[in-house]
Design a protein around this ligand. Structure first.
Ligand code: SF4
Ligand code: SF4
Length: 98
């Protein structure tokens, strides 16, 4: 069982979840410092294609990240809405290429 980050993260990507993960298994294509440096009014456009991902091999399903997300992008595997079911694979794929 893992947690998954879905579509609402795109364009927000504020890294709140990263700060609370006890096993540091949330990563993205940019560093946390670079993401946090993007000005508020530029995030929706500059980060439109950017999201964070959870490593399913490392996630201990503690649930700490879920309530931290301002856009409700994080779901336990069993709770992932069917419209975003492809994000299960998307999250795992990001780590296959690391
Ligand atoms: S559920 Fe826990 S271990 Fe998994 S990504 Fe969220 S904070 Fe990290
Ligand atoms: S807290 Fe939500 S919006 Fe922010 S990086 Fe994590 S999943 Fe994305």
């Amino acid at each position: 069982m893992t947690y998954i980050i879905a579509e609402p993260c795109l364009g927000t990507c504020d890294t709140s979840c990263v700060e609370v993960c006890p096993v540091d298994c949330i990563l993205g294509p940019m560093t946390v410092e670079d993401l946090q440096a993007v000005p508020e009014d530029a995030r929706a456009t500059k980060l439109a294609e950017i999201q964070m991902y959870i490593d399913p091999e490392e996630c201990i399903s503690c649930g700490a990240c879920e309530p931290e997300c301002p856009v409700e992008a994080i779901f336990e595997e069993d709770e992932l809405p069917s419209k975003w079911s492809n994000y299960l694979e998307k999250n795992a794929e990001f780590f296959e290429n690391q």
